[in-house]
Design a protein around this ligand. Structure first.
Ligand SMILES: Nc1ncnc2c1ncn2[C@@H]1O[C@H](COP(=O)(O)OP(=O)(O)OP(=O)(O)O)[C@@H](O)[C@H]1O
Ligand SMILES: [Mg+2]
Length: 367
């Protein structure tokens, strides 16, 4: 049974009380290294331990988000899409709390199926929240704190999905070589950059009828442990932005569009990926806005009649317009201790630096 709208919150006093209690409990973060080490030995005992950990940890994380969704400024909590998202969080909290203690492998299997369903239920959180924020922005000019809230909210979502996905994947009886759940222990950033660029270029082709070249420089033999899906999403978003900038600048010119250059550097501490374009850059005054949600200079910017599609997928038919590419990519980078910086030369082009933590020791940020 779906829990409906805000009345249910006051009606379900006991649920509300439980959410509040759990929202006060301390969250426990894990590192990429820990996930890799723990997951390389997916014995029944380990799977059981992992399920028991999630049984306690997920309701804490989900409760914190549900509370925050309930107390947003500027009436954002009551925007219909936000109410819908809150329902998903409450529903999942209740599913987790009503699951009794995990004692054996049978319980563990059932629990795994349940969290798989929870992950699916939350698939459309990003576009749905975006719609809610959009509706609010139509009413109230520049509401503050919304960006900080969304950063916390999406960061927490990345963590929850990573934990669930990792646990579910550990059940794969024949995982691909060098894969520990979601983590690839020998990931070649050059390969990921190649795939992500090709995906972005096909999208550019579809939208503009042509696409600038992407040149990639880096050691083809270099690998490091990372989550391929995360890296693919970040590079895809950066290349998409660069392609659009170059394309729009050179579309009507006789000059050949200059290529986008991706440089991959393997340092001791960081793996840094630079995406450079000569797409004209942006003015210095516009730089702080780049990382705000819904900031987009695309003509087809999101409107209510056209909900945004999910990020990082090739199904996203638009090159730009959601205004989510940069802020979400920065969260993915920060999730494992990295960062994303953008430096622009107005009148020439833009460089985006994606720093990824090489050692994988940094703990998850827990908003
Ligand atoms: N390489 C770049 N060159 C010039 N402007 C850029 C570049 N990257 C980003 N921008 C500017 O920053 C804005 C925000 O970028 P962001 O990727 O967050 O959103 P978007 O590209 O508009 O939409 P989407 O969510 O679909 O990616 C862009 O609309 C564009 O104005
Ligand atoms: Mg973008």
């Amino acid at each position: 049974m779906e829990i409906k709208t805000k009345q249910t919150w006051s009606m379900c006093k006991s649920l509300l009380k439980e959410v509040k209690e759990w929202g006060c409990l301390k969250q426990t973060g894990v590192s990429l290294r820990y996930m890799t080490e723990f997951g390389s030995n997916p014995t029944d005992t380990n799977l059981l331990l992992s399920a028991q950990f999630l049984h306690k940890e997920l309701p804490i994380r989900i409760a914190r988000r549900a509370i925050e969704l309930h107390t947003l400024p500027h009436g954002l909590s009551y925007m219909p899409p936000v109410l819908k998202v809150k329902d998903w969080y409450l529903h999942s909290f209740r599913d987790l709390r009503s699951f009794s203690e995990i004692k054996n492998m049978e319980d563990e299997k059932e629990f795994t199926e349940m969290i798989k369903a929870i992950k699916m239920r939350h698939n459309n959180v990003v576009p749905t929240m975006a719609l809610g924020v959009q509706q609010l922005k139509n009413v109230s000019e520049d509401p503050d704190h919304i960006d900080e809230f969304l950063d916390r909210f999406y960061m927490s979502r990345i963590g929850i999905r990573m934990l669930i996905g990792q646990h579910v994947e550990l059940h794969n009886p024949s995982p691909p070589p060098n894969c520990v759940g979601y983590i690839h222990t020998k990931l070649s950033p050059l390969n990921v950059a190649r795939n992500a660029s090709e995906d972005a270029r096909s999208m550019c082709y579809r939208e503009y009828g042509s696409a600038p070249d992407v040149k990639i420089y880096g050691d083809p033999d270099f690998t490091f442990p990372y989550v391929p899906g995360h890296l693919q999403l970040m590079i895809f978003e950066l290349v998409k932005n660069s392609l659009r900038a170059v394309q729009e600048r050179f579309m009507d010119s006789d000059e050949v569009a200059p290529p986008i250059r991706i440089v991959i550097a393997d340092g001791t501490e960081d793996v840094t990926i630079k995406v450079s374009d000569e797409g004209g850059g942006i003015p210095r005054s516009g730089l702080p806005k780049m990382f705000t949600y819904l900031y987009s200079t695309a003509k087809n910017s999101m409107d209510e009649s056209q909900p945004p599609s999910d990020l990082g997928t090739i199904d996203n038919v638009r090159m730009a317009g959601n205004g989510y590419g940069l802020p979400i990519s920065r969260l993915y980078a920060r999730y494992f201790g990295g960062d994303l910086q953008v430096i622009s030369m107005e009148g020439y082009g833009t460089d985006a630096y994606l720093h990824l933590c090489r050692l994988g020791d940094s703990q998850e940020p827990l908003p």
